[in-house]
Write a protein that binds this ligand. Sequence first.
Ligand code: ZN
Length: 466
Amino acid sequence: MADIYIRGGWIITMDPKRRVIRDGAIAVEDGVIRAVGKREELDKDYRYHSKVVIDAERDIVLPGLINTHVHLAQGLLRGCADYLPLIPWLRDRVWPLQGNYKPEEALVSAQLVVLEMLKSGTTTFLETGLVGRYGPDQIIEFLHKSGIRAAVARHVMDMTGYALEENILHEGLVELGDKSFKDTIRLYNKYHGWDNRIWIWFGPRTPGAVSIELYRKISETAKELKTGITMHLAEVKADVEYTMTKFGKKPVEFAQWIGHTGPNVVLVHVVWASDEEIKILAETKTTVSHNPCSNMKLASGAARISDMLREGVNVALGTDGGPSNNDYDLLREMKHAALLQPLRTLDAQAIKAEQVLEMATINGARALMLDKMIGSIEVGKRADIIVVDAWKPHWKPLNNPVSHLVYSAMGSDVKHSIIDGKLVMFNRKILTFNEEEVLEKADKAAWSLYERAGICVKPDLEWPIE
Ligand SMILES: [Zn+2]
């Protein structure tokens, strides 16, 4: 007998044939997908009967979304850093706030971000860089409890710059010597592989904050430990200037030189990339995490995603954080990814909805080296499945579910979420932790952080508030 039986609706499998099954059904047992097919056939098979039957007749069923660039510690920073380009944005707002965190506030920020992701269809994500002052252990333990799947990178650094700006990092975030490297190893030994839902990655800081020796040590150790590396790269023009001036290399050439390319590497943004660099990314099977909202908001530029896809680069999708997006809703991110390429190229066919949905599912799974486990609805894979409510005006007429998912849907359309075969959200209610409590704690924790940092104490609003 199955544990969960999903019955009816459109199933967008994302399997190797990219089958889309109308009026389909899925049986889940022991965390695994046991059967996928037409409802009329599965209904007849008693092995798939279950006490838990999800009626999805008016819904769209698809693999859980995979967000490949998340800053858990930026949840409380939403609305605190509008209208700034990247470097002043970091120096004057984001870092001073993050550098003032107390662990209990950082935990609330992580809880808020996870809540928002679960409620908008994300079932797996890649955190870009926890640091010691956030209390990474308690955050990871919460992630496990929440039911979500996560690769958690810990920031590694031994310098305090960003690109050509030296000593720019906020003192509260500085971790020198081998402290951050050693703590990543400690977290790896403690949590990596926990219930096949938590992985520990290396999160080297952006060039300017890490020595070449340390970058090389990270790439060697990641290979030995069979884990991943994620790093921001070529987000703004200043990043290109840095690697060209200091090393005579373009950013992707630099990444390759320090060992930060390959199937275990997720490079974030890569907005400024030449044809030669795109070829390196494709040849080395390096993933690019594309974050269109963040790139637009911080005026960083438009990444050459349609060119990368044409060259065979594995491009995945990410939201980035609270002060750069300002949401963690991957369905909304898909729409922006789909819109940015036609705008950039003046070609209405620059990218298709099918490609964007691949970026948010199977390409994300490949980025995290989990594509044998998740990323599609296939017999034998772990059951990470979301059910999206299509009985709404913006879903009608329901003539093309993939187009509607990318161009019309929003996170709040997600009704149920199953991760590793367990219901984590049912009828939009989170079953693994108290969401009311998180919402209540979020405002309190944010204000205590703002006051300590002396930033964001007053809303950055041009109009009077009475
Ligand atoms: Zn980022």
